[in-house]
Design a protein around this ligand. Structure first.
Ligand code: CMC
Length: 437
């Protein structure tokens, strides 16, 4: 491209600077200047140099990445180039996890070995059970997950050796394998039910359902429709480029702790209601609305700023229908054929209809996101709302780990350490307590 640079004139000094522009695969979406280049722009010789101010990183590329592509304007999501719709239809969660981590779909031999490695690492140390027992009976399962996944780091001291390829890979198997076990144990603890050990003859999601649901039967047989539906939901949640929790994974990972500690940080970031906690908030909101006739008044109160936000609507990146929400809406019909219709579905559909016709939502490009319909399916599958963010964290582990591996292998990576624009007081003298007013 001709003139791949940006000329900036500093009107304070009259000086001009030419900054090179770098591109990613799609110049339209990935043109950037190196923020450090701004530092040469100074008002005087002793000036620190110009910073880029960007709270919430709304226009800052924090890394280069070849994993997930999102075109928010057109509602496109691809993992390693494959459209999410194709993966949701044809792939499995474990195959998608392999794709995210290693960049290519596995061949038959690689897939067999990958599934074997994951399946043989599902059991957790018995002390983890004692650890979980220490939590209150009503502890939120997401709080339990944050604590237990972080605690795993103490069980695998060699996990610190993050630059050793074999050791790093083993932690990846362990994390992908053990997250469902920790999640299921957290759930069983909150129900006062005995923990169910993994059944390695079942699929990844079939085993997860077994650990959640099995009671006195010798063998839990998952319903194939529900098992597949959960697998598709896992595929849809596996990665979403540089969101809040993935950025937490990269920021914490950049100081080189073991991956369990970094995953605990990412899980904590996911816990918040503006991120992975939103599907829980959607269900609470739909319950609060209660019935179809209350929908218009609720939308009105959201617009008036009286009822908080319309949860499950809006996205930092998508200014169009979230492609994951479309797949989930389709999946709902298959699930409801087995479980019976969730009565909240009609409230959700009416809410979507009214919001999509309303100028407030149209002007702000607020569309349903992944969380709008996922909660309704999770509820139909029998999960309590507190488990919803956990059902997001389990599959997102593959994405977090893929992004972590990419970060470690990128020679541009440095410890995350943003700057600030200082707005506090200038230097002043310390005043002894007695002399303070
Ligand atoms: N309901 C009502 N108004 C909204 C909503 C909403 N859900 N989302 C944004 N707005 C309004 C907001 O008030 C603002 O209006 P104004 O310009 O008049 O001040 C405008 O739209 C822009 O909002 P913003 O807060 O600047 O947008 P953001 O990019 O910082 O926030 C978001 C993105 C996802 C945090 C936000 O849309 C939100 O809070 N949504 C509800 C929570 C939710 O569903 N979160 C799940 C996100 S998808 C899963 C994930 O990736 O974690």
């Amino acid at each position: 491209m001709a003139n791949d640079s940006l000329t900036i004139t500093d009107n304070r000094t009259g000086k001009s600077y030419e900054l090179p522009i770098r591109y990613g695969t799609y110049p339209k979406y990935g043109a950037a200047i190196d923020a450090s280049q701004l530092r040469q722009i100074k008002a005087s010789d002793d000036d620190f140099g110009l910073l880029a101010y960007d709270p919430g990183f709304t226009n800052t590329a924090s890394c280069k990445s070849g994993i997930t592509f999102v075109d928010g304007e057109r509602g496109i999501l691809r993992y390693r180039g494959y459209p999410i719709e194709q993966l949701a239809e044809k792939s499995s969660y474990l195959e998608t996890a392999y794709l995210l981590l290693y960049g290519e779909l596995p061949d038959a031999g690689q897939m067999e070995e990958w599934v074997r490695n994951i399946t043989h690492h599902t059991i957790v140390h018995e002390n983890i059970k004692k650890f979980i027992d220490g939590f209150h009976y009503d502890a939120h399962p997401m709080g339990l997950l944050v604590g237990t996944v972080g605690a795993l780091s103490t069980f695998y001291p060699s996990a610190k050796e993050i630059h050793d390829d074999a050791r790093r890979e083993k932690q990846i198997w362990r994390l992908i394998a053990k997250m469902p076990t920790l999640a299921a144990f957290s759930y069983r603890h909150s129900r006062g039910m005995p923990y169910v050990y993994p059944d390695n003859d079942l699929s990844y999601t079939g085993n997860f359902l077994s650990m959640l649901r099995r009671t006195t039967e010798l063998r839990y047989e998952p319903d194939p429709v529900l098992e597949r539906a959960l697998d598709v939901l896992f595929i849809l949640h596996a990665d979403h480029e540089q969101n809040c929790s993935t950025s937490a994974m990269r920021v914490v990972g950049s100081s080189h702790p073991d991956p369990y500690s970094a995953i605990a940080a990412a899980t904590a970031a996911l816990y918040g209601p503006l991120h992975g906690g939103a599907n829980e908030a959607v269900l609470r909101m739909l319950n609060q609305i209660g019935s179809l006739q209350n929908v218009p008044a609720f939308v009105k109160s959201v617009k008036a700023g009286e009822a908080g936000r319309l949860m499950g609507f809006g996205h930092r990146v998508y200014k169009n229908y979230d492609p994951r929400a479309k797949v989930i809406k389709g999946l709902a019909d298959q699930v409801f054929e087995v479980t019976g219709v969730n009565p909240l579905l009609e409230v959700a559909i009416e809410l979507e209809r009214i919001a999509l016709e309303d100028d407030y939502f149209i002007e702000r490009k607020l569309y349903p996101n992944v969380d709008f319909y996922s909660g309704i399916i999770y509820q139909a599958l029998g999960f309590p709302v507190a488990m919803f963010p956990v059902l997001f964290a389990v599959p997102r582990t593959a994405g977090w780990l893929a992004q972590w591996m990419e970060m470690l292998s990128d020679s541009d990576t440095r410890i995350a350490r943003p700057r600030q624009i200082f707005t506090g007081s200038d230097e002043r003298e310390y005043v002894p307590l007695k002399k303070r007013r």
